[in-house]
Design a protein around this ligand. Sequence first.
Ligand code: CMC
Length: 428
Amino acid sequence: MSDNQATLTADGQTVDMPVRSGTIGPDVVDIRKLYAQTGLFTYDPGFTSTASCDSAITYIDGDEGVLLHRGYPIGQLAEQSSFMEVCYLLLNGELPSAAELTKFSTTISRHTMVHEQLSSFFSGFRRDAHPMAIMCGVVGALSAFYHDSTDIADAEQRRISAHRLIAKMPTIAAMAFKYSVGQPFVYPRNDLSYAGNFLRMTFGVPAEEYEVVPAVEKAMDRIFILHADHEQNASTSTVRLAGSSGANPFACVAAGIACLWGPAHVGANEAALNMLKEIGTPDKIPEYIARAKDKNDPFRLMGFGHRVYKNYDPRATVMQKTVREVFDALNVNDPLFETALELEHIALNDPYFVDKKLFPNVDFYSGIILSAIGFPTTMFTVLFALARTVGWVAQWNEMISDPGQKIGRPRQLYTGPAERDYIPVSNR
Ligand code: CMC
């Protein structure tokens, strides 16, 4: 391979392909002309070696445990910024000025109500429906209500639909929760912060005023920041692929929610919490560590390991710190946290986990925080979807704004029968 091109020899043909460099991160071999020049496709199920797009939004270095949004490290954003600011950054590429932030936050708070008729969708669901099932349906239905922001060729309509999605997601998520517990929906309040408003809509009741606990509000905001975007993960790629056909953003985000729901994507936060409950006390940890290492036992340490991070997930660092803050604010002390800390300590000193580069991921501590705040485990994935919405719409908008954008259409290695003649059923 030369500095700026790669050479492939196959079937007696040699082709040169450009090698492109990004700002940081691995170079990519541009294979777009490969089929036209050779009649060959590349084969990469799971996209383990394939860059599917250009993107200027999020960068991950899994070996170093680095996550940057528009160049800013996630740790700095989580510690010093706010979710509204991060939303603005992801959508627009730069941090807002004070005036821009105020305007943006005001715009979002003015879009938090949903069309009143949307409320009647909920009664069509069983009370015991998983809130993610409700989210898929209701968010998809938004495209039936906001026709004035579904023309994807209009940049202004794209901007409005992004604001609507970010603003309405907490309202819909809280409604899904309220429906499951049989309580009345709580309308949004524009004087509260994004996180405070969501907490009140979730845990408040009309019978008495809900007081937002500032430390919990801050923790919630931080959790939203930690989940805001994560490069071309499965649900983001789903949103992009759905959007590549020209589908409207509400439909695309509903597709993202459906993908996110799968247990291989998120859901590990729930599994990690259940695992910690099962382990219970630190004296049981060695037994579970041994099981995790046993090739004949399917058990894995949940909240450990990551496809991309081969180092400490930078989001887990912030999560761990946030646990203490929430415990202090709520005056709780869940002993599972001590068990989690001890489990991490033992695993990180065990050659099995060290050699395989298995570190705590974002899901290891998040379940402890969310359950301390009062969320049932079924809401964990919903919170993830709420926070990830900004990433989905930012990535979708980036794709639509790209003049070279094409419909996503992978090819395949066909392994079915070759052509054969139809035989009428009477002769079979
Ligand atoms: N406990 C014990 N062993 C593990 C674990 C674990 N949590 N994770 C990976 N391994 C072992 C695995 O058995 C394999 O061993 P060997 O090479 O001897 O066969 C090796 O480490 C590599 O594992 P892999 O499954 O090939 O790696 P992957 O990149 O395909 O999978 C993973 C990554 C996240 C699916 C996996 O680490 C896992 O199952 N972790 C537990 C579930 C979890 O916490 N998922 C949340 C991911 S973070 C969410 C997000 O960012 O959205």
